[in-house]
Design a protein around this ligand. Structure first.
Ligand code: ADP
Ligand code: MG
Length: 141
């Protein structure tokens, strides 16, 4: 498998419960390298654009409110098959269905406040990295 880059968000519920260090350690422990990371507060416009694919879903408004409710930690990750590997260690969207030992099983509160985001395809990873790290020499190439 090829070396890939993927994009991660540690969401407001996890940042608010002081889980940033534990989640970044989990990511590194799984063999994914953190190329860049920073804490940001998403604007309403950024959250709406980031989740635009879900705009017809009933949970979209709540999701935008939640994602702007506090700071998040955005990261650019690299490794063998990074997109699928990060999705695997994150676990299922609904923590009640997430496999044992996954980030969402360990740390998520519920299907909305589910601790982390990870890109679901290489193409989306490129777009999401560009969205948050376009000015970063290490990630944005
Ligand atoms: P994933 O983050 O696993 O890729 P989706 O792309 O389906 O999941 O959904 C994006 C985000 O929207 C989820 O991570 C979660 O925060 C929220 N979400 C998804 N489904 C629901 C739902 N049924 N009710 C509330 N929030 C949801
Ligand atoms: Mg998704």
């Amino acid at each position: 498998m090829a070396i890939e880059r993927t994009f991660s968000i540690i969401k407001p519920d996890a940042v608010g419960r002081d889980l940033v260090g534990k989640i970044l350690a989990h990511i590194e422990g799984a063999g994914l390298k953190i190329l860049a990371t920073r804490m940001v507060r998403l604007s309403e416009g950024q959250a709406k654009e980031f989740y635009a694919v879900h705009k017809e879903r009933p949970f979209y408004g709540d999701l935008v409110n939640y994602m702007t409710s506090g700071p998040v930690v955005v990261s650019c990750l690299e490794g063998e098959g990074a997109v699928a590997k990060y999705r695997e260690i994150m676990g299922a969207t609904n923590p009640a269905e997430a496999a044992e030992g996954t980030i969402r099983k360990l740390y998520a509160e519920n299907i909305e406040a589910n601790a982390v985001h990870g890109s679901d395809s290489l193409e989306n990873a490129k777009n999401e990295i560009a969205f948050f790290f376009e000015d970063n020499d290490i990630c944005a190439r």
